[in-house]
Design a binder for this molecule. Structure first.
Ligand code: TYD
Ligand code: MG
Length: 472
C-alpha cells in the first residue's frame, strides 16, 4: 500500500505495477445492490436448482431498428441490461449510437424515449449527425431522442429520473465522472465506479443502457478489464476507419450467443447494413499474382474476402512485415512455415498482406489463403481468378481441416469460384473442383506445376481475356 502515486513498487522494484484503489464510503453499496438485482431479475435464483428445471429467462427486449445490431445482441437490447461498445476512434461508434437512438424510438411502442448523454461532442454536433443519418430527414424523425452534453454522472442521473428513457446512451464512459471521487475522469476508479452506478441504474429503472468505450493501441477496451465483467454485453466495433466495411462482434453476451457478427458499411448517410461482402469482389478482375479469395466465416455467415500479399525486395535484418485486416501475430509464423517447408527465401523480403474492404479476418482457417497469396506473390505465379483457398496451416507445414467446410464451399460455388484449394482431409466433402492440399510443400509444388499451364491455358472469359491482354 502506498498513500501517493508511485511509478516503482518499493517492495518488488517492478515499474508501473501499482494500481490505484479508492475507498468508497458513500451509499448505496452498488456492488451488492447490482448483484442482488442481477440474480432475481434475470432468471437466477437464490436456491440451487437442477439443470433440467431451469427455464429460459423471460427478458423484455427493445428493438433498435437496426437489424444487424439486434442480431448481434441476440434479438434486441435487454431491458435492464448494459451493453458496452468498444472500438477505435473514428470507427463509427457515435454514428451507431445515434442511429440506435433514433431507431429505438421508431421501432418500439409510442412514447418510447431515449436519452443520449454525450461527453465528447456538443449537442449541436450530435444533432447534425442525427440529421445526416436519417433518410428523408424531417424534424419528426428526431422526436423522442433527448440530448445531454454533460460529463457529471449525478446530473446525468437526474435527467434520467426526469425523462425516464427506455434507453440511455453514454458516449463515452472515459469522460464521465463522479464529483465525490477525487481522481480525474478517465482514471480506473472513476470509470469503474461510474459503470457500476450505471449498471445499478439500469436494473433499478428497468431501462437499457449502452456505454461507449475507447480501445487502446493494443486493441483492448480502455479502462479496467473489470468493466467488461460488470456489463452484460460487450461488443467490439472493428475494421479500418479508412475503409468502408465494419464488423460488430460480440465478445460477451449474457443474453445470447457471441457467434454473430453484424456487418456495416460507412456511407454518406451513416452506417448501412451489409448482407454480403460480395460487392468487394471483382469477378472481372484480371488474374494476378499475390491475391486469392477466401471463404471466411463471420458469425453464422460465410463471406468471400480477397486476401492480398505483396512480396518486395527489402534488406536482410530489416525486412518489414505488415498486415492489414489479418492477424499480425500470425503473419511471421506463416512466413517461417513458408521458409522452412516450401524453401522460400524471405529474410530479405518486405511482406505486406491485407484484406480487401478492410474487414478483419482472425480465424486460422484463412492461413492457406494468406500462404497462397504470399507464395504466388513471391514466385510471381499468376493465380486463376476463379480460385479460392481455405485451410489452417500448422507449424509442421501441414494443412489442417477447418470448421463448416460445406458452407464455405457452397458459398464459393454460388459466387462462381470453380477451383477450391482445401485441406486434403476435407477434399471428398467438397466434391468436384476441390483440390486437396496436404502441406505447404505440396502447395508450392502445385503452384509451380500449374504456373505455365495456368498462364497459357487458363479458361478465361471474354472480359477476362481482354483485360488479361491489356495487363500483360
Ligand atoms: P464517429 O461515429 O464519430 O466515430 P467514433 O465515435 O467511433 O469516433 O464517425 C467516424 C467517421 O465516420 C467520421 O470520420 C465521419 C464518418 N462518417 C461518415 O463517413 N458518414 C456518416 O454519415 C457519418 C455520420 C460519419
Ligand atoms: Mg464518438
Amino acid at each position: 500500500m502506498s498513500p501517493t502515486w508511485m511509478g516503482k513498487c518499493s517492495h518488488c522494484s517492478a515499474w508501473d505495477t501499482i494500481v490505484e484503489k479508492v475507498e468508497i464510503h458513500s451509499e448505496p453499496n452498488c456492488a451488492s445492490a447490482v448483484f442482488a438485482t442481477t440474480v432475481d431479475e434475470f432468471g437466477g435464483s437464490i436456491e440451487a436448482i437442477e439443470l433440467l428445471d431451469i427455464e429460459a429467462p423471460n427478458v423484455g427486449r427493445l428493438q433498435t431498428g437496426i437489424g444487424e445490431l439486434d442480431r448481434v445482441l441476440g434479438g434486441g437490447l435487454v431491458v435492464g441490461g448494459v451493453v458496452l461498445v468498444g472500438g477505435d476512434p473514428g470507427i463509427g461508434k457515435s454514428t451507431l449510437m445515434m442511429q440506435s437512438a433514433i431507431g429505438t424510438v421508431k421501432a418500439n411502442e409510442e412514447g418510447t424515449t431515449v436519452l443520449y448523454a454525450t461527453s465528447e461532442e456538443s449537442a449541436y454536433q450530435c444533432k447534425m449527425r442525427g440529421e445526416r443519418v436519417v433518410e428523408g430527414f424531417d424534424n419528426a424523425s428526431l422526436k423522442g431522442v433527448y440530448l445531454l452534453a454533460d460529463t457529471d454522472l449525478e446530473r446525468i442521473t437526474a435527467q434520467v429520473l426526469k425523462i425516464r428513457p427506455k434507453l440511455l446512451i453514454i458516449d463515452s464512459i472515459q469522460m464521465v465522472y463522479r464529483r465525490d471521487l477525487n481522481s480525474t475522469p478517465g482514471s480506473v476508479s472513476q470509470i469503474k465506479r461510474c459503470c457500476l452506478e450505471l449498471v445499478y441504474l439500469a436494473r433499478k429503472l428497468q431501462m437499457a443502457v449502452m456505454i461507449v468505450g475507447h480501445v487502446t493501441k493494443e486493441g483492448q477496451l480502455a479502462g479496467p478489464r473489470v468493466l467488461e465483467h460488470l456489463v452484460d454485453v460487450v461488443l467490439n466495433f472493428e475494421g479500418d476507419r479508412h475503409y468502408a466495411l465494419r464488423g460488430l462482434r460480440g465478445a460477451k453476451n449474457r443474453f445470447g450467443t457471441t457467434l454473430e457478427i453484424g456487418l456495416f458499411e460507412m456511407g454518406e448517410r451513416g452506417l448501412i447494413e451489409v448482407e454480403d461482402a460480395a460487392a468487394y469482389l471483382d469477378p472481372e478482375a484480371p488474374p494476378r499474382a499475390g491475391a486469392i479469395v477466401c471463404p471466411a466465416l463471420h458469425g453464422s455467415r460465410c463471406l468471400l474476402i480477397e486476401v492480398q500479399a505483396l512480396v518486395a525486395s527489402g534488406t536482410v535484418g530489416q525486412a518489414r512485415r505488415r498486415s492489414n485486416g489479418l492477424d499480425g501475430a500470425r503473419l511471421p509464423m506463416l512466413i517461417a512455415v513458408l521458409e522452412q517447408h516450401a524453401q522460400l527465401e524471405m529474410n530479405d523480403k518486405d511482406i505486406y498482406t491485407s484484406t480487401v474492404g478492410g474487414l478483419k479476418l482472425i480465424e486460422p482457417a484463412v492461413d492457406l489463403a494468406v500462404c497462397t497469396a504470399m507464395m504466388s506473390g513471391a514466385m510471381n505465379i499468376v493465380l486463376p481468378s476463379n480460385m479460392c483457398a481455405i485451410g489452417e496451416v500448422g507449424l509442421g507445414g501441414e494443412i489442417r481441416s477447418v470448421p463448416q467446410i460445406e458452407q464455405r464451399i457452397a458459398q464459393a460455388r454460388r459466387r462462381g469460384y470453380k477451383s477450391l484449394l482445401v485441406p486434403i482431409t476435407q477434399e471428398k466433402m467438397g466434391g468436384s473442383g476441390c483440390i486437396g492440399m496436404a502441406s505447404i510443400g505440396a502447395l508450392g509444388a502445385f503452384l509451380q506445376k500449374n504456373a505455365n499451364r495456368a498462364q497459357s491455358k487458363m479458361q478465361l472469359s471474354d472480359g477476362e481475356k481482354k483485360r488479361f491482354t491489356e495487363c500483360y
